[in-house]
Design a protein around this ligand. Sequence first.
Ligand SMILES: [Zn+2]
Length: 285
Amino acid sequence: MSEVFLLKRKKLDSLKKMRDSFSGKEEIMECPKCREKMARQVLAMKKFICPECGHYYAVSARERIELICDTDSFREMDAGLKTRNPIKFPGYRKKLELMRNRTGLEDAVVTGIGKIEGEKVAIGVLDSSFLMGSMGTVVGERITRLAETARRKKLPLVIFSASGGARMQEGLFSLMQMAKTAAAVETFKNTGGLFISVLTNPTTGGVSASFASLGDIMIAEPEALICFAGPRVIQQTIGQELPEGFQRAEFLLEHGMLDMVVKRQDMKSILAKIIRIHSGGKSVK
Ligand SMILES: [Zn+2]
């Protein structure tokens, strides 16, 4: 997508927001935990953390990029990639159209090059509001190309995951993306690249079982659900009560599956610090 087009869209978005706030049509969000109601714009200033109870709202890919990347530093890649509905899944095209209109995204991940506290990175962010952040051919291809770009340009790779897993509507083609993305990040790592994987709520299924679990550094947001099969499925299968906090970030940290659980408000500075340490510690503050 050209920069001019991006700028035009940004301008349109902000005009729309302005119009909505003048006409009193601000989007009101209700906290699912404490029921506190708040305008989306106010919540955005609080990094989408409920000021009453500390609940972490889901963050869209674009909002996440705004939270993590330096202002206007992000340049999107591969925005024109579209799925071809490879197994002709009934109703899939319509569903995609609906998702595109609702989210303004072409598919469930946004990838590109940006800066975090001045450090250039290849960054990808999955968006759980687009078909549960599921990985089909487009998500798999964008993640793969991102890892390849990071390798070519010798940039650190940062991926924020939020996903229900492989995309059912693309069948085997979705499952294939697990091997493809895993191979791409491994190749990147084998050439000395630093891959930081950030797992947010929820990271499950085929995404948790492929690239998302292969970070050199594994980070999660507090209380994020991270698993292959969900707790309900496991409980029904083994017929046993599961321990408190099972498959949540803190539980996984305790059991050695994660390196860090990082609060949303600290994420940007922690990422920047890790990147600086790995570039030889030259510019550690
Ligand atoms: Zn709340």
